[in-house]
Design a protein around this ligand. Structure first.
Ligand code: GLN
Length: 186
């Protein structure tokens, strides 16, 4: 398939690029609207600071092509802040960004500023996956369009909705590439 566009206005985009390199999958950093060209067939929204990312999405003009990509049902993978950007409802923030993922999330619920390992969990059929949280979002409600793929201690930390996958944790900060492989297979 084509190239993965990695949103690179702020946050942990380099870590996602490193995982894709490991898998031999082509990627391109999305820093400006013109970076979103016809080669891009899937998008990663990395962790970072969703408020900053949201502002930069608009000022760079990247918001519109990514929103159109998501609206067309093409694959998108949001980690942490990326999950916040995808959610339809935010509990402790007045903003809504792509508003695509049928869930309510609360910002900065889990983990410290530096990555903290919180054991292992599953994502769908992928079991024994290492979970790393950095002030990750808490999923307080999931609507009928989304399915829960991942839970830890009874809390929801991974969702899927068609070609949208979202994790409150950071697979790109581990050496386990299976969720990225799942994404590349969408
Ligand atoms: N604190 C971030 C936010 O609310 C999310 C944390 C992360 O992406 N590691 O945007």
């Amino acid at each position: 398939h084509g190239v993965t566009g990695i949103l690179a206005v702020q946050g942990a985009f380099a870590e996602h690029a490193a995982v894709l390199d490991k898998l031999g999958a082509p990627w391109k950093l999305l820093r400006a609207a013109e970076d979103f060209d016809d080669s891009i067939d899937r998008v990663i929204l990395p962790g970072g600071e969703s408020t900053t990312q949201g502002k930069l999405l608009h000022s760079t003009g990247l918001f519109e092509p990514i929103a159109a990509h998501i609206a067309a049902g093409k694959p998108v993978f949001g980690t942490c802040a990326g999950m916040i950007l995808l959610a339809r409802r935010l509990e402790n923030d007045d903003n809504v960004y792509f508003g695509a993922l049928d869930a309510t999330v609360r910002r900065n619920a889990y983990g410290r500023q530096l990555g903290s390992f919180a054991g292992v969990g599953s994502f769908g059929d992928i079991t024994d996956f290492p979970l790393v949280f950095i002030r990750g979002p808490f999923v307080s409600e999931v609507g009928p369009d989304a399915t829960v793929e991942s839970e830890v201690n009874g809390d929801i930390v991974g969702l899927r909705q068609g070609n949208i996958i979202a994790t409150a944790f950071h697979p790109e900060l581990t050496s386990d590439t299976r969720i990225h492989e799942l994404f590349l297979g969408l």
